[in-house]
Design a protein around this ligand. Structure first.
Ligand SMILES: C[S@@+](CC[C@H](N)C(=O)[O-])C[C@H]1O[C@@H](n2cnc3c(N)ncnc32)[C@H](O)[C@@H]1O
Length: 279
């Protein structure tokens, strides 16, 4: 099928579908095709991923409403949608991103008074390569958040950024607060998946077998890896077990839980690996 009509079909579908939503109120906020980011363009895939993270967020939170949630690399707000039930009346949601365009979109799309969005003027070689190369702390008070979420963001950070900003998560979390961060974690499951992928068709996703092979060092890092297809390392980054151990130790966070991603061709709840941290 010619791809051109998809945005039109999407627009008609979304408008019609909204009238049929009965039990999942927050998915009314799924944006139009042009404004869906994060490597997920399909309406159905957004709804699916929103649901997965809504469940993960629910499980991670002690109090189920009135939470102060910070979303790093919010893009066009997928996790803002997953977070909505848990923010409730007394809580807040803040999205931070280096892309001014996405922050502008979020400001116009999410009308809730307890939602706000902040542009961070910091460079990322893939998303904002013309911005300041200085690392900047987030304009967020110490120990002020119950939960920090970051979906498909540490998969675009080089070692220096990843280390600095994981420490930032520790700084802004309240004691006992949680962080949900996705990675491409290059652990034993990954090594095993290389063998499986070399002689079998991928079972869980539809992208080429050779797309997720992290065999190129990201800049001069020993533990932050990228793929041959990447134009710049930040297009896609995986972290070795040694790198992950150092990263977590330096951050001061404690790793509570690990959900392996199905990108490694094993059953998993999400495509990327999900790590849940606690302060
Ligand atoms: C793959 S997109 C994911 C967007 C969104 N979380 C989602 O899943 O739809 C990665 C996002 O991370 C943002 N990003 C990259 N480096 C960042 C940084 N240092 N601080 C904040 N955002 C960053 C990018 O601008 C981009 O919006």
């Amino acid at each position: 099928m010619n791809k051109t009509p998809f945005p039109l079909i999407d627009e008609i579908f979304r408008d019609t579908d909204k009238g049929h939503i009965k039990r999942t109120r927050n998915i009314r906020l799924i944006p139009s095709f042009e404004n869906r980011r994060g490597g997920k363009m399909s309406y159905a895939e957004w709804a699916h991923v929103i649901g997965i993270f809504q469940t993960i967020i629910y499980q991670a939170l002690e109090n189920k409403t009135g939470n102060k949630i910070l979303d790093i690399g919010c893009g066009t707000g997928l996790l803002g949608i997953s977070s909505e039930p848990f923010v409730g009346e007394g809580g807040t949601y803040t999205g931070i991103d280096v892309m001014q365009e996405d922050i502008n979109f979020c400001k116009s799309h999410f009308k809730m008074s307890n939602y706000d969005f902040i542009h961070l003027d910091v460079a990322n070689a893939t998303y904002a390569n013309d911005q300041s190369s200085l690392l900047k702390p987030w304009p967020i008070a110490n120990e002020s958040r119950d939960l920090v979420v970051a979906l498909s963001v540490w998969t675009h950070m080089n070692e220096v950024d990843a280390t600095f900003y994981l420490k930032e998560i520790h700084r802004v979390l309240k004691k006992g607060g949680k962080a949900i961060v996705t990675f491409f974690f290059l652990n034993d499951d990954y090594e095993e998946s290389l063998v499986k992928r070399s002689d079998a068709h991928g079972r869980f996703h539809s992208t080429p077998q050779n797309e997720w092979i992290f065999d190129v060092n990201a800049y001069d890092s020993k533990n932050w890896m990228t793929t041959k297809q990447a134009k710049v390392p930040e297009d896609v980054i995986g972290v070795t077990p040694e790198g992950m151990e150092i990263l977590i130790k330096n951050s001061g966070l404690k790793l509570n839980q690990y959900y392996p991603g199905n990108w490694k061709e094993e059953p998993g709840i999400f495509f990327q690996d999900i790590l849940i941290f606690e302060k």
